[in-house]
Ligand binder design. Sequence first.
Ligand code: 13P
Length: 252
Amino acid sequence: MTPDVRPLVAGNWKMNGLKASLAEIAAMRKAVDAGEAGAAELAVIPPFTLIALAAEKLAGGSVTWGGQDCSPQAGGAYTGDTSAAMLKDLGATYAIVGHSERRTIHHETDSEVRAKAEAAIKAGLKAIVCVGETRAERETGLEYAVVTRQVRESLPPDGGPDTVVVAYEPVWAIGTGLTPTPADVAKMHDSIRRLLGEIYGANGAKVRILYGGSVKPSNAKELLGIDHVDGALVGGASLKAADFLAIAAAYR
Ligand code: 13P
């Protein structure tokens, strides 16, 4: 945790969820609005098809929401893409950019990720910029070099605590049940914090740095209690309200 920084627990639903899943979102809202979810901000990042419907369920409450990606373009002939302004129009607060699944499957580069983050901010969203090394990179001792490059080249230089969230997600920990040791998480988040200071000066101290990768109710308290871990980006365990709320309960 970082003093005076409100943690964020964000649920990235990835390509999961049909209309029936809106009941989970309604249950999350109920718990949060009843004051039962603890001190963290909770955000749901459903697939694009559910955002407008989720927004209806969440309007007027305290759970925030967002998109899993956005186009670097403001609008026009970009079939299949979604602009940041379209997300903002639905009341979104966040756009995830540079998730490792997009970096890997869609070959997104740091400069594209930065352009997306800049587009998100320009539209009035906060960009959740994902970074993280692969298993091969960690095994060859390249994790700091890779994450340093990603942070320096993917983050918008004009951002700050109100517009940027960093999510450290080691690729080898995503969906595998594996997590780095608390000492490894602490060391990487400390390194990211120092880089944020280089990029944003004193404001870098207040930018939230989330940990992501196999966060679940049983390990949330330990992972979220680490210095400079200001919340979690949760995949699989965010699909069910009970699990997601049990993770957020680390901040009770
Ligand atoms: P899991 O929590 O399923 O490992 O996914 C993490 C992730 O990629 C969130 O963006």
